[in-house]
Design a protein around this ligand. Structure first.
Ligand SMILES: [Zn+2]
Length: 173
């Protein structure tokens, strides 16, 4: 049953990721869901759209969740964060600060900025991480879709390699 629910919300996260790519920024999307399965907030990467290096999908979702994050803490409610990519170090911090009790992501990011597992493995924040259930890469077909978005991102004009190329060409002129 959980798997069916997870698929539904992960598909929504993937849709947000796809929108982000259409907006020429990193294809990552996130959805926060409460214990009754109600969507509390969604977010997608807005780093390039807002010119804000911290505007990651998970941070946006937490920001959009507003007061409900605090109410959840007081009422000991359990929120789940669904994200299309393994949270980076910043978003991992955000997830711990927001008292999210379950995190599910579609694709690991070992070679990129994936931070959740690396930080957890240090055991430095055991008392925080032990309150969070993490589920990595539960659905292969959706994982492939996120991979595809990441591959499409490589040729996006806002990808740093392409921006650098543009900067060099600009200098040559
Ligand atoms: Zn992040």
């Amino acid at each position: 049953m959980d798997r069916v629910k997870d698929r539904y919300y992960l598909e929504l996260a993937l849709q947000e990721a796809s929108k982000a790519l259409e907006e020429d920024t990193y294809p990552v999307g996130a959805v926060i869901v409460d214990g009754d399965g109600q969507i509390v907030a969604t977010g997608r990467n807005r780093v390039h759209t807002r010119k804000d290096a911290t505007a990651h999908a998970e941070m946006e979702a937490i920001r959009n969740a507003g007061e409900s994050i605090f109410k959840a803490k007081v009422n000991r409610e359990h929120f789940t964060m669904y994200t299309s990519l393994e949270p980076c170090p910043m978003c991992t911090g955000g997830i711990l600060f927001a008292n999210i009790s379950r995190v599910v992501w579609l694709l690991n990011d070992d070679m990129g900025f994936g931070g959740y597992k690396k930080i957890k493995d240090t055991n430095a924040f055991d008392s925080k991480f032990c309150k969070v259930i993490a589920v990595e890469e539960p659905l292969d077909d959706l994982k492939e879709q996120q991979k595809e978005l990441m591959e499409r991102w490589l040729s996006n004009p806002n990808h740093v390699h392409n921006l650098r190329k543009g900067a060099i060409e600009g200098k040559v002129k």
